[in-house]
Design a protein around this ligand. Structure first.
Ligand code: SAH
Ligand code: SF4
Length: 424
């Protein structure tokens, strides 16, 4: 989660135990070239490891099955299995994702007996909202609980000037990576979120704002963009993330354009190619350092996929253009990565790329090894990047007042859930 938290100074980077083998797995092989058979094998390995963290199958104690999160093909198969005609798939899809209906009895184009039959076998669920808090700047943070009691946060960040805003979705509970400045990085990966849970976060946020039916075409939307920047590394849960985004982009349902979706990665190079080719969503890359020695420390995944490979993957990213620039995220850490030399090296690294740089002032946390860069340092850095022809907005923190409080509440809530589960 983009939180005001960083790990304690003492912790050595925790090496990605779920997805790579520590030690040898993170060694850098200068000869490795991404794009051939080696990449395919690497991708297969990542996908296989990710699958080990998949959520339990969704079935209620009474045997009813969840329809949210199924692909169209899967939905068709469920309906075929109960003897319903293929055209019902389109009908249900419309009610679930266009109308946002969760109650079969409200599906007016479906006759009563079939409504009852569907309700006996299926549910159209949402995660439970444990906490919804609104910041003084109107940013809203949700703590959602899923069927097995696991929880994740979702944040809605409204545009202060217009009736639109970004929904920041989580892709995992915890994270296998351990970026030194990130709160999520101090938690071990609990599990991946399933497609139903990823789409469910968005649908539940839409419920909270009453934004149903899904606005069509260019009709303005309050929840107008999705950023996969919440808890977890989306490219280490690619299968579920891809399925969820395919559902969200479907024109007969939620119908959000791929141009309105941004996936943020800490740099899982082999999966960047796949995400670009299959989903075509916007890409954001958490760069944070321009030298391998420093990035190895801040973003330990850099030991596996160093800066040169990361930038090469950005250069290959399909669909990147001046209209659809790659975003480089750069957390400003005082005295660590914020010098003029860093700014100049950054510009050199991304030269020729259709890119912009989001400068994110770090939110310090008691006990953290880092401090936010000074305002003059941030401005000087931004000016150098800007003068080189790249937009370099300084991201003002949103919802800061509730982020701090909510980070703690969330921890409490997880403990409560665990205790309750143990007691049951
Ligand atoms: N795992 C993905 C997406 C989630 S993090 C990734 O790393 O890109 C979304 C962004 O928030 C990343 O750029 C991350 O580096 C940044 N971030 C994490 N902790 C932060 C903090 N304490 N202050 C500011 N930004 C932070
Ligand atoms: Fe945090 Fe993203 Fe790093 Fe995971 S990959 S620890 S979510 S910054």
């Amino acid at each position: 989660m983009v939180g005001p938290v960083a790990p304690a100074t003492s912790a050595l980077p925790r090496l990605d135990p779920g997805v790579t083998s520590p030690g040898a797995g993170l060694s850098r092989d200068a000869g490795e070239v991404y794009g051939g058979a080696l990449t395919e094998a690497e991708r297969a390995r990542i996908l296989a490891k990710s699958a080990l963290f998949d959520p339990p199958p969704i079935a209620l104690p009474d045997g009813r099955r969840e329809l949210v999160g199924l692909s169209r093909t899967e939905l068709a198969a469920e309906l075929a299995a109960i003897g319903e005609a293929p055209f019902r798939t389109k009908q249900l899809w419309h009610w679930i994702y266009h109308q946002g209906v969760t109650d079969f009895s409200r599906m007016s184009s479906i006759a009563r007996p079939l409504q009852a039959k569907l309700a006996e076998r299926f549910v159209i669920g949402r995660p439970d909202t444990v906490i919804a808090q609104t910041s003084e700047d109107d940013t809203r943070k949700f703590l959602f609980r899923f069927r097995d009691g696991q929880e994740a946060e979702t944040v809605y960040i409204p545009d202060p000037e217009e009736d639109r805003g970004a929904v920041c979705l989580s892709s995992q509970v915890g994270c296998t990576l351990s970026c030194r400045f990130c709160h999520t990085g101090t938690q071990t990966l609990v599990r991946n979120l399933g497609a139903a849970e990823i789409v469910g976060q968005f649908m539940a946020a839409r419920d909270a704002y009453g934004e149903w039916p899904s606005p069509k075409g260019e009709t303005p939307r309050l929840l107008s963009t999705i950023v996969l920047m919440g808890m977890g590394e989306p490219l280490y849960n690619y299968a579920n993330v891809a399925k969820a985004m395919t559902i969200v982009m479907d024109g007969e349902g939620i119908g959000l354009s791929r141009r309105r979706i941004t996936l943020s990665t800490s740099g899982v190079v082999p999966m960047m190619d796949r995400a670009g080719a299959e989903l075509g969503v916007n890409l954001a890359v958490s760069l944070h350092a321009v030298r391998d020695d420093l990035r190895d420390e801040l973003v330990p995944l850099n030991r596996k996929y160093p800066i040169a490979e990361l930038i090469a993957a950005c250069r290959r990213y399909p669909g990147a253009s001046n209209a659809r620039r790659i975003t480089f995220e750069y957390v400003m850490l005082r005295g660590i990565n914020d010098t003029e030399a860093d700014a100049r090296e950054l510009v050199r690294l991304i030269a020729g790329l259709p890119a912009k740089v989001n400068l994110i002032p770090f939110n310090p946390w008691p006990g953290s090894a880092y401090q936010t860069s000074t305002r003059p340092a941030i401005e000087h850095f931004a000016r150098i990047v800007n003068d080189a022809g790249f937009a370099a907005p300084v991201r003002s923190p949103r919802g800061r007042d509730i982020l701090a409080a909510c980070g703690q509440l969330r921890t409490e809530s997880r403990r409560d859930a665990a205790r309750r589960a143990a007691a049951e």
